[in-house]
Design a protein around this ligand. Structure first.
Ligand code: MN
Length: 290
């Protein structure tokens, strides 16, 4: 397994200059940095090549996360929005290929955060999303990218809340590049058994997010890491484990993630760095060596 961290641990917006974080995570003991796609669609070709080179120079590879907005919704009942969403992902996937990024994950079959003031048509959105994701999966396959559908808890999404639902969805899509993505934070809310959820995804698991129940770094809470490690080994998982801690209030990140108190307890950047470095050591031990 390869170990990464999402840049937004240190940032308050879904966009940043990622180069300093590539250098930082290399020093902290990670294999990979996950970036948000929001700024990527505005990068020039040279900016994309520079980011790719920076990662290469630091011995880091990149993965991509995306929380699609309502206009990027493949499940939309509005044909113009669904068409625009397909154009958005087609462009994005080609950009990821150019940057040597081979994994994209998130609620990339719907939109996020969900507006629950609107009525929910789960069967209709499911059918439209299967068709849209199938089309994007073919593009992803051509670009050498795994298109990983993140299972989200009920407060953030309604299409895929459990591993079982995601497996059914991915089987309906039936495209090798489209995979299941699980996140310990969401599983903690929705799954009867976190170990069984991982075993249910089995060979379809394409990406894995980690974090404690309150989104602190792994090792600082009560998530069953031993059970998770055994389950990942049971299915022979050999892809990426990306921690996704969110501990600071403020900005669009704080608002979208619902950070309403300072989970970091006033941690300085140096303290955040130290926690991340200790956590990745903890993950390597708990998930592979225990
Ligand atoms: Mn996640």
């Amino acid at each position: 397994m390869k170990y990464g961290i999402y840049y937004a641990y240190w940032e308050q917006e879904w966009s940043a200059d990622y180069k300093p974080y590539i250098e930082k995570v290399a020093k902290l003991g990670f294999d990979c940095l996950e970036i948000a796609c929001t700024p990527v669609v505005n990068y020039t070709r040279q900016e994309m090549l520079d980011l790719k080179q920076c990662a290469k120079d630091n011995g880091i590879f990149l993965t991509a996360g995306h929380g699609p907005n309502a206009r990027q919704n493949l499940a939309s009942a509005d044909p113009e929005i669904a068409k625009g969403a397909r154009a958005f992902y087609t462009d994005l996937l080609k950009r990821l290929e150019l940057m040597d990024i081979h994994t994209i994950g998130g609620g990339i079959y719907s939109y996020w955060p969900v507006d629950y003031s609107k009525p929910i048509d789960k069967p209709g959105d499911w059918a439209r999303s299967v068709a849209g994701v199938r089309e994007m999966g073919k593009v992803a396959q051509d670009c050498g990218v795994d298109y990983c559908l993140e299972v989200l808890n009920r407060f953030e999404g309604y299409l895929l809340n459990t591993s079982e639902e995601a497996v059914q969805f991915v089987r309906e899509v039936d495209c090798p590049a489209v995979k299941v993505m699980l996140d310990t934070f969401h599983m903690n809310i929705e799954e009867d058994s976190i170990g069984d959820a991982i075993r249910t995804a089995g060979p379809l698991l394409g990406h894995f997010h980690t974090g404690e129940c309150n989104r602190r770094v792994p090792g600082k809470g009560r998530t069953p890491w031993r059970e998770i490690g055994y389950a990942l080994r049971d299915i022979g998982y050999d892809k990426n484990v990306v921690m996704e801690p969110f501990v600071r209030m403020g900005g669009t990140v704080g608002s979208d993630i619902k950070i309403w108190h300072d989970i970091s307890r006033g941690a300085t950047e140096a303290e955040l760095d130290r926690d991340a470095a200790e956590s990745v050591k903890f993950e390597r031990y708990m998930l592979e060596n225990l």
